[in-house]
Design a protein around this ligand. Structure first.
Ligand SMILES: O=C(O)CCC(=O)C(=O)O
Ligand SMILES: [Fe+2]
Length: 992
């Protein structure tokens, strides 16, 4: 074989043309081609297809000899190009994930030179750009050194196969393999009229993004408002708005925010896992809306937006990370969606970039008084952000007006503007009437405006009692925090808080607040304070039941929950004693015991509050209610006490609806009132599954609803899995996780009867999947089912005719799973497959793939080892930000590879240094205890699966294989089985 440049063979997953751009830029540093290939393989899976060579265009690599490796090593920066275009590292992972492309690096002749011990060449400081390195060994010798390739792969690489036939018609190919086209219908066709075209001609709107291919547009009108107006509105916003700074997973989000709606809309604004309640448009906002809309070509008030989100960036440290305004409310991922934003105060950069390849980035400098628009399908195809700019100290307020296209069920309004009709006509003549509330609901009083009590905490009884109910709850929270921080003497707070007048009317709010405080500060309170807190809870309980008996026809006590009558007759004391006794038996740390005791004592007072929060009227406290239930079911004894099963049917009704005698739902809520809360509902549900124990799910019955628990869980999963709408994939992933838990906890045959039904739903959903979260959740779900009952699972895949496809995707994707929990189960599923293979029990099409399977297992078991070591040596670090130790050179290479890995993990958030992506995530099993420390609720939910070591399982299968089989393994992986097993043995002994 002639000497030639390093070649990167690429083919996209459709087996058609090479993906348009693809990449691998490596940093300065040494890297052997073998090592690069190995890393890429572990990153991308074992698949190698050859088509359309991508040549190394610019090989400014200096090769040096490395005696210890016995080979030449590339040194320098290696840049690959396709069709003359330089390729970027970030693009690699994205092509893999977005286009399903698979890439491998093969160095044909170069490789030989690199691996030839006899042919170590002297180091060169630079190589002529176009001059290929010399071959130094004969082809057979070189091939023999391609030790990271299996024979089949080697053959494939050097003799490119014809394009793969299209997938069998009966098996619907998953989206994973069939990326959707990015092009959208042209705006002329859909009749989209852009703001710059409809605005008065004298205004100088500047196009900022004109992307006809994706029908995505942005425009900028500098100085839409003069400095005087801008200052006036800035001052009004800063002064009058009740700014909130919700907590994300890692603390408060880095900006303040408010959500204002017109026309009595009660929809909340959700960003990531956070949701904030709405307030009506105040006068100043109406005024500024009236000034700005005509500038956007919307002179008629009936066309004006019905919502406005406000952000306050107090200084350059405040920011918003990469995101799209793709909330379900606005439908921006499906239909053309206009967003108008006004900047007030400090000048800040506003950045836009495409969410997928080909990458484009745009920046706009937004000054005080500037208007900016995003239009068309911008929220589908682009992300935007306001980055941190440490040198800016002045505050900036940003208003973003939008039209709500789909109101929350709890709000029940109809959209004021038909989003599909708004654009085509360019006039609003055919728009529906102004928002109407369904008849079934009484008009809502405007929520009281929330103001934070000023510090120091107000302590005058009369003043405190004069506060609106909501504010009192906040006052209590502030006071508790101050007590916990030793800023305030508890003796002055508690009598006031315990004053019955104080609690009147604020039971849910009080309970919810109190709970948050308790959760956040449990470790900081003294025994005495904790006792007083419990009394506080008793106050809340008293008022909760008072509200119940004064007849608001909401159920307040746990005894009104079906199925709990018997349990609730047991006195609270009995239950507490029982639990305390159980606690005595626990071998857990003191802190755990303390927490358990604290929460056990809270069951009585909190359950009524939970019940109210799990009622449609309690939706404003649903998240808190679910959080309370999560804690109660996490830290109670197992099996979960009967009383705590009480809320279970309510979770079902929140998701799926169904009127019962104890909860009559109006027609609009017949389909549930909170299916979009699945990520929160998941937490207590996981506890029911894990600690129920799971057998209860498969044997319990909800008598009032005349359904089995198993049916309930299945209906919930099915409904949420297929729920339409932007952002719903997060919920769908949560639903998948719930289903997965069933199979992780149940021992066969407990869940056998349900496996085919769940499998069918998962497979149906796979074809539509868009986000990484859901893709991974589904993969883990399949793997867990496979592990749970391999034969049954394979019967399902065979019956659906999807076996080969599924495993192909599985083996490709396993390398991109960086969370040990995910990759463990993916690996275990494959180990089960190998077990069947050894027993000659595989379907024919899978049996053929055995060499591929074994190679994947070889690579992935190694990768798991590496990740485990990483996790063990740096326990405080996130699992998926692994790097490799080694020489300095290697470190740099790994940094890049790590970036690639992270990028491949982050195809949704896609900005690895963007803490926003993390901080905006909601409650997800990791919760703050005192001192900012995170408590992992998963530790309370250990499953059968958790007790298995996947590497030990693999070792066992390898060891038990017949000698013939073992010889085959060696041939396939091109290495010693004995060594492989020895490594696994060492690791499994270590991890024990
Ligand atoms: O502050 C800005 O300019 C952008 C704000 C934003 O993107 C948002 O609120 O969604
Ligand atoms: Fe935004």
């Amino acid at each position: 074989m002639a000497a030639g440049p390093l070649r990167l063979f690429v083919r996209d997953a459709r087996g058609q043309e090479p993906v348009p751009r693809l990449v691998a830029a490596l940093p300065r540093g040494g890297l052997s081609v073998g090592r690069l290939a190995e890393r890429l393989r572990s990153l991308l899976g074992e698949q190698v297809w050859a088509q359309g060579p991508v040549e190394l265009r610019q090989p400014p690599l200096c090769r040096r000899s490395d005696a210890s490796l016995g080979m030449n090593v590339f040194q320098g920066s290696l840049q690959l190009a396709l069709d003359g275009e330089p390729l970027h590292s970030a693009a690699l992972a994205r092509s893999v994930l977005h286009d399903g492309a698979v890439v491998d690096v093969v160095a044909d002749s170069v490789h030989g030179a690199l691996h030839s011990e006899e042919a170590v060449e002297p180091a060169q400081s630079s190589a002529p750009a176009e001059r290929p390195p010399k071959a130094a060994a004969s082809a057979p010798a070189r091939r023999a050194r391609l030790d990271f390739l299996t024979p089949a792969l080697r053959q494939q690489l050097f003799e490119p196969p014809p394009p793969r036939p299209p997938p069998a018609a009966e098996a619907k190919a998953p989206e994973l393999l069939e990326p959707s086209r990015l092009e959208e219908e042209p705006r002329e066709k859909v009749g989209l009229r852009l703001v710059p075209d409809r605005a008065p001609a004298e205004l100088r709107w500047r196009p900022a993004v004109v992307d006809e291919v994706r029908r995505s547009f942005a425009a900028h009108l500098p100085q839409a408002l003069g400095p005087k107006d801008a200052d006036r509105f800035l001052a009004a916003a800063v002064r009058e708005v009740d700014w909130q700074q919700p907590e994300g997973r890692w603390g408060p989000i880095p900006r303040k925010t408010a959500w204002l709606t017109a026309g009595g809309c009660r929809c909340r604004y959700g960003y990531g896992g956070l949701r904030i309640g709405s307030e009506p448009f105040p006068a100043w906002l109406k005024e500024v809306t009236a000034l700005c809309m005509p500038l956007c070509g919307l002179p008629d008030e009936k066309d004006w937006p019905d919502s406005c989100n406000l952000n306050l960036y107090e200084d350059g440290d405040h920011s918003v990370g990469w995101h799209a305004d793709d909330e379900f409310l606005f439908q921006g991922k499906f239909t053309d969606c206009l967003i108008i934003s006004l900047s007030l105060g400090a000048t800040r950069w506003f950045e836009l970039k495409t969410a997928a390849e080909p990458f484009e980035m745009h920046r706009l400098l937004l000054r005080s008084g500037d208007l900016c628009t995003m239009e068309g399908l911008m929220q589908k195809h682009y992300l935007h952000r306001v980055p941190k700019e440490r040198h800016y100290c002045e505050p900036r307020v940003n208003l973003t007006w939008r039209w709500i296209a789909s109101h929350e069920p709890r709000c029940g309004l109809q959209p004021t503007v038909d989003m599909r009709k708004r654009h085509p006509a360019g006039d609003a003549g055919d728009q529906g009437p102004r928002a109407k509330r369904p008849k079934t609901e009484a008009p809502q009083a405007a929520a009281p405006r929330r103001k934070r009590p000023s510090r120091p905490v107000e302590m005058e009884r009369d003043k405190v009692l004069a506060m609106p109910a909501e504010v009192r709850a906040r006052w209590l929270a502030d006071a508790m925090k101050a007590v916990a921080a030793s800023e305030l003497d508890p003796s002055s707070v508690f009598p006031l808080a315990a004053d019955p007048e104080f609690a009147a009317g604020v039971n849910e709010a009080l309970g919810a607040r109190m709970f948050r405080v308790l959760r956040g500060n449990s470790r900081l309170f003294s025994e005495e304070q904790a006792r007083v807190l419990q009394e506080e809870c008793a106050v809340a309980q008293r008022f909760a039941s008072a509200a119940q008996t004064t007849g608001t026809k909401t159920e307040g006590g746990s005894d009104s929950i079906p199925g709990t009558a018997e349990a609730s007759q047991r006195t609270q004391e009995d239950q507490m004693n029982l639990r305390l006794k159980e606690l005595e038996d626990m071998k857990d740390s003191g802190e755990q015991q303390r927490r358990c005791a604290l929460f056990a004592n809270l069951v009585g007072p909190l359950l009524p509050i939970v019940a109210r929060a799990l009622h449609p009227d309690g939706i404003d406290f649903l998240e808190e209610g679910l959080e309370m239930l999560t804690y109660l079911t996490s830290f109670c004894s197992t099996p979960i006490p009967t009383a705590l099963w009480g809320p279970f049917p309510r979770l079902y009704q929140a998701v799926c609806g169904k009127s019962t005698a104890s909860l009559q739902l109006p027609e609009v809520l017949e389909g549930g009132w909170a299916p979009d809360f699945m990520t929160n509902i998941l937490e207590p549900m996981l506890n029911y599954v894990a600690r129920g124990p799971v057998e209860v799910i498969f044997s319990g019955t909800w008598s009032e609803g005349n359904m089995t628990y198993a049916d309930m869980v299945f209906n919930m999963v099915k409904k949420v899995l297929h729920m339409p709408g932007v952002g719903s994939e997060k919920d769908a992933a949560a639903a998948t996780e719930l289903a997965t838990a069933l199979f992780a906890h149940a021992a066969p045959p407990v869940a056998d009867a349900w496996l085919p039904a769940y499998f069918a739903e998962f497979w149906k959903r796979v074809s539509e999947v868009e986000t990484r979260d859901l893709r991974q959740a589904l993969l883990v779900a399949f793997a867990t089912q496979m592990w749970y009952n391999t034969e049954l699972f394979l019967r399902c895949t065979e019956q659906s005719g999807v076996t080969a496809q599924l495993f192909e995707v599985w083996m490709n994707k396993i390398g991109s799973l960086k969370r040990l929990r995910h990759r463990k189960v993916a690996l275990l599923g494959l180990v089960q497959l190998l077990r069947m293979g050894c027993a000659q029990a595989l379907p024919a099409n899978l049996a053929q793939g055995l060499p591929h399977l074994v190679c994947t297992l070889a690579v992935q078991s190694k990768e798991t080892l590496r990740l485990r070591h990483k996790a063990a040596s740096r326990p405080d670090e996130e699992e998926d930000t692994d790097s490799e130790d080694g020489t300095a050179d290697q470190g740099q290479v790994d940094q890049v590879l790590r970036k690639l890995q992270m990028a491949s993990e982050n195809d949704d958030d896609n900005e690895d240094n963007d803490s926003e992506a993390l901080s905006d995530e909601g409650f997800d099993g990791m919760v703050h205890a005192a001192g900012g420390k995170l408590v992992d609720l998963n530790a309370q939910r250990l499953s059968r699966l958790d007790r298995i070591d996947e590497l030990a399982a693999l070792r066992e299968v390898l060891q038990q294989a017949s000698p013939d089989m073992q010889r085959q393994f060696e041939a396939w992986v091109g290495g010693s089985l004995h060594e492989w097993i020895a490594t696994l043995t060492t690791e499994t002994a270590r991890s024990k």
